[in-house]
Design a protein around this ligand. Structure first.
Ligand code: PLP
Ligand code: COI
Length: 361
């Protein structure tokens, strides 16, 4: 077991308390950052070293740093919450640690020990606990990431890495606090192919999704939904969220983890919560034709997207170049709202945590 120990170099001029309080009142998503960051370096000769919490500051690197050319980069996203008794807890951080390690392996990067990942999140959150927003739907969003920092233009795994965690006070992921969202089915673009990096959380996957996402916005939709790259038929996931379907017989379905979709921790939590209530949830392929037909016949009654940033978001409408359909009455469905409540009640310490998902720090 690694014994992580983070040197703490406090910010010389942190944001003043009154200014901080004003910034975290409706923070939106991803624009309000805290004072500090955690960093750890890795090199072939020293391994993991130089763990510290310092003032959040620009990262200086050589223009030939490998990440700038070959995109050897991975990241995570997880949240810290304030509990009713004033304590602070992370949600399933060990799962993010394990996924980060799997992403590192897929991108041929140094694998950060899981206890070091969790410790970096804990230490940064403790340093920034005053930044955790209190409002419903808000949290401190932690963004651990790792970049290839070796100065070298040859195409090979980097001999040096910089691991970093930044923190952001966040509220609703959707601009305007959308209650349900509309999806655009991308016919032209796919997100991930078999054997590729679809199940790793690497920046390149997101870069590759942006054109399709822009197309969705241009078509008046909130998000793109991707089909599989081989048959262009099976529903996979959104640009940054997994997807669930709810049927009129009460059963649910989510696409299986076959290597081209991200194994979401929210997805896993929803599966667990649903199965705890003896709801049948199938992890099976679901085609766009079935989706369209089931929505028309009323067999499909709800659909929702889920992820750390977006939590559980109802899907109201689905469009593509040749069709457009509504799901149910287009409004948030009962099952979707119940699962959202069950999940957020656990995360906010308002209900029992039977699976030990909240880690007090
Ligand atoms: N799918 C993609 C492509 C994502 O970026 C995310 C977000 O992290 C998810 C799914 C949901 O994963 P999680 O629930 O672990 O946040
Ligand atoms: C998250 O949910 O944490 C993600 O990384 C998704 C991203 C679209 C913000």
């Amino acid at each position: 077991m690694t014994q992580p120990s983070f040197a703490f170099e406090p910010h010389a001029t942190p944001v003043e308390a009154s200014e901080r309080a004003a910034r975290i009142v409706n923070p939106g998503f991803g624009r309000v950052f805290t004072d500090h960051m955690a960093t750890i370096r890795w090199s072939e000769d020293k391994g993991w070293h130089d763990a510290k919490i310092t003032a959040r500051a620009p990262i200086v690197m050589d223009p030939a740093a490998a990440v700038l050319h070959y995109a050897q980069e991975i990241f995570e996203g997880l949240k810290a919450y304030t509990l009713p008794d004033g304590g602070v807890a992370l949600f399933r951080a060990e799962q993010n640690a394990a996924r980060f390690r799997r992403s590192a392996k897929r991108l041929a990067m140094a694998e950060l020990p899981e206890d070091l990942f969790v410790a970096s999140c804990r230490e940064l959150t403790l340093a920034e606990r005053e930044w955790i927003p209190a409002g419903e739907g808000s949290a401190l969003y932690l963004r651990p990431f790792m970049i290839a920092s070796e100065t070298f233009l040859g195409v090979k795994p980097s001999a040096e890495y910089l691991y970093c965690v930044i923190a952001s006070a966040v509220g609703n992921y959707w601009p305007g606090g959308a209650k349900s969202v509309s999806l655009w089915v991308s016919k032209e673009f796919t997100r991930a192919a078999p054997g590729g990096t679809g199940d790793a959380k690497c920046g390149g996957n997101y870069a590759a999704s942006l054109l399709a996402q822009s197309e969705a916005i241009r078509q008046g939709c909130d998000q793109v939904v991707f089909l599989d790259a081989t048959e262009r038929r099976w529903v996979e996931e959104l640009g940054g969220m997994n997807i669930f379907f709810v049927f009129d017989d009460g059963t649910m379905l989510t696409p299986p983890l076959t290597g081209t979709i991200l194994p979401g921790i929210t997805r896993d939590s929803i599966l667990t919560l649903a199965r705890d209530q003896e709801i049948t949830v199938r992890e099976e392929r679901y085609s766009i034709e079935e989706w369209q037909a089931d929505a028309a016949s009323g067999r499909l009654v709800e659909a929702f997207a889920c992820g750390t940033a977006a939590v559980v978001t109802p899907i109201g409408k689905v469009s593509s170049a040749d069709f457009s359909f509504q799901i149910g009455d287009g409004q948030p469905g009962e099952r979707t709202q119940a699962l959202l409540k069950q999940l957020t009640d656990i995360q906010r310490g308002r209900s029992n945590d039977p699976h030990g998902w909240m880690q007090r720090i």
